[in-house]
Design a protein around this ligand. Structure first.
Ligand SMILES: Nc1nc2c(c(=O)[nH]1)N[C@H]1C(S)=C(S)[C@@H](COP(=O)(O)OP(=O)(O)OC[C@H]3O[C@@H](n4cnc5c(N)ncnc54)[C@H](O)[C@@H]3O)O[C@H]1N2
Ligand code: MOO
Length: 394
C-alpha cells in the first residue's frame, strides 16, 4: 500500500488549473483570480478631505486668523477654483481639497459668520488631507492567492474592476453506490440505510469553491454504475462513494477498469480511507472514495479539497496542518496514517474514544483530525501533534 503523501501526489498529478473565464465583480466572492488585477486609477484620485471643515493654505492656519470663504467643495462636487492667501473653502469629508489649500481645519475649531470664518485659539497639528494615491496608485497590481473574500472585493471594486478573470469553478460529479442506499426523506426498506456522504461531500466541495453535481445513486451492478459514469461525463472530477473495497458487491474498480480507467493507485496506508483509488476515466480525473461516511469525508479533506484547490489555481499542496498539544494521551498507532476525530479546547486536542469510520455523530462533533504517522508510539498529554482543522461549513 502506498502512503497518504504518495497518494496525494498521484491525485495532484491528475489535475491541472482550469481555464479562466470572465466573472462580474458582484459574483466574484469565492472565486480565484487567474491573473493580477491592475488599478485603473489612484485612490483617492485627488487629495481628499478627511473631515468636515474648511480647506486653506497651511500658512494661514494660525490661531485667531480670519479668512474669507470663497466657495464649497462637497463629495462628488469639487470646488472649481484655487484657494488664495486669506481664503478658505467650506469642505466636507471625502471632497477634493482644492488647489492652493493643503490643510483642513475641522469645523469644531472654527467660528463661521456669513462669508467669514475665524479660526479657534487652539488648532491641532493634523492636516486632515488624504494624499492622491495614498491608498493605491494607478497601475498598482494585486494578485491574492486565495478565494476572494469581502476585503479583496472591496479593494478590486475601488480599483475600478467591473469584471475579473477567474478560474472556472471545478464541477465535481458525485456518484453514491450501493443497493442499500435510499435518499434522505424517502421511505427506506428495513434493510436499507440513508445516503449521507454525498450531502457532506457536496457541502464540502461547494464551501471550497467547486460545484457538485449529485448523480442518481448507482446500484451494485455494472449497468447501473455504467449509466452513472455516462451521466458524469463532462465533469472536471468524478468522485464515487462506496463499492471500493474487496467484497463481492464492491464493483467500482472492476466497472471503471472495464471502461478503460487508467488507474493511478488503489489502496493506501490510511485510516480511515484504506480502499481509496484514483485514476483517469473518460478523460477526467476520478477518485473512488470508501463508502464509510467518515472515511469518505476524511478523504474529502485530505484528497478532494487539495485537488479542487489545484484546479482553482491555488497550487498543488496538501491540506494545511496546524500543531497543538494533546489534552489527553493517545495509544500507539498501527501501520496506517491515522486521522483521529478530536475536539480542540483551551487545553489542546482530545481524541474521541470511538474512532470507527461509520460514526457520523462523532465526526459531526469533531473540530480537528489529529494526524498520527504510521507506527507512531504512544503520546502523552502535553505532547505536540499535527492536526487538520475541521470548519463547521466544510
Ligand atoms: N475484508 C475486508 N473488508 C473490508 C476492508 C478490507 O480491507 N477487507 N476494508 C474496510 C474498510 S477500511 C472500509 S473503509 C470499507 C469500505 O468499503 P467500500 O468502499 O466498499 O464501501 P461500502 O462497502 O460500499 O460501504 C461501507 C459502509 O458505508 C456505507 N455507505 C456506503 N455509501 C454510503 C453513502 N453514500 N452514505 C452513507 N453510507 C454509505 C455502507 O452502507 C456500508 O455500511 O470496507 C471495509 N471492509
Ligand atoms: O479505511 Mo476504512 O476507511 O478504515 O474505515
Amino acid at each position: 500500500m502506498i502512503s497518504v503523501e504518495e497518494a496525494l501526489d498521484g491525485i495532484l498529478a491528475l489535475v491541472a488549473p482550469l481555464d479562466p473565464e470572465d466573472v462580474p465583480l458582484a459574483e466574484a466572492r469565492g472565486r480565484v483570480l487567474s491573473a493580477p488585477v491592475r488599478a485603473a486609477r489612484a485612490q483617492p484620485p485627488f487629495p481628499s478631505s478627511a473631515m468636515d471643515g474648511y480647506a486653506l493654505a497651511a500658512g494661514d492656519a494660525r490661531p485667531g486668523a480670519r479668512l474669507r470663504v470663497i466657495g464649497q467643495s462637497a463629495a462628488g462636487h469639487g470646488f472649481d477654483g484655487t484657494v488664495g492667501p486669506g481664503e478658505a473653502v467650506r469642505i466636507f469629508t471625502g471632497a477634493p481639497v482644492p488647489p492652493g489649500a493643503d490643510r483642513v481645519v475641522i469645523q469644531e475649531d472654527v467660528a463661521a459668520e456669513g462669508d467669514t470664518v475665524t479660526l479657534g485659539e487652539t488648532l491641532d497639528d493634523n492636516l486632515y488631507v488624504r494624499p492622491e494615491g495614498g491608498d493605491f496608485r494607478a497601475g498598482d497590481e494585486v494578485f491574492p492567492r486565495r478565494r476572494l473574500g469581502a476585503a479583496d472585493l472591496t479593494l478590486l471594486a475601488a480599483m475600478n474592476t467591473g469584471t475579473i478573470r477567474a478560474a472556472r469553478q471545478p464541477e465535481v460529479a458525485l456518484i453514491a453506490t450501493g443497493d442499500e442506499l435510499a435518499m434522505p426523506g424517502e421511505a427506506p426498506r428495513p434493510d436499507q440505510i440513508i445516503a449521507s456522504n454525498t450531502f457532506g461531500l457536496k457541502a464540502m466541495i461547494e464551501a471550497a469553491g467547486g460545484r457538485a453535481r449529485l448523480l442518481p445513486i448507482a446500484r451494485d451492478n455494472a449497468a447501473s454504475l455504467t449509466k452513472a459514469f455516462d451521466f458524469a461525463r463532462g465533469a472536471d472530477l468524478v468522485v464515487t462513494i462506496g463499492g471500493a473495497s474487496v467484497g463481492d458487491h464492491d464493483i467500482v474498480d472492476r466497472v471503471a477498469a472495464a471502461r478503460g480507467m487508467e488507474r493511478a493507485f488503489y489502496k493506501i496506508a490510511m485510516r480511515p480511507g484504506k480502499p481509496l483509488m484514483a485514476g483517469r476515466l473518460d478523460g477526467a480525473p476520478m477518485i473512488g472514495l470508501p463508502g464509510n461516511p467518515v472515511s469518505s469525508m476524511v478523504c474529502g479533506h485530505v484528497f478532494v479539497l487539495p485537488a479542487l484547490r489545484a484546479m482553482l489555481g491555488l497550487g498543488a499542496a496538501p491540506a494545511p496542518r496546524a500543531r497543538a498539544p494533546l489534552a489527553a494521551p493517545v495509544a500507539a498507532n498501527g501501520p496506517r496514517e491515522h486521522y483521529m476525530r478530536a475536539t480542540l479546547g483551551p487545553e489542546g486536542l482530545s481524541a474521541f474514544d470511538r474512532q470507527d469510520s461509520s460514526l457520523m455523530s462523532v465526526f459531526a462533533a469533531a473540530q480537528a483530525l489529529i494526524v498520527r504517522p504510521p507506527h507512531d508510539g504512544p503520546r502523552d498529554a502535553g505532547d505536540t501533534v499535527e492536526y487538520l482543522s475541521l470548519s463547521p461549513e466544510a
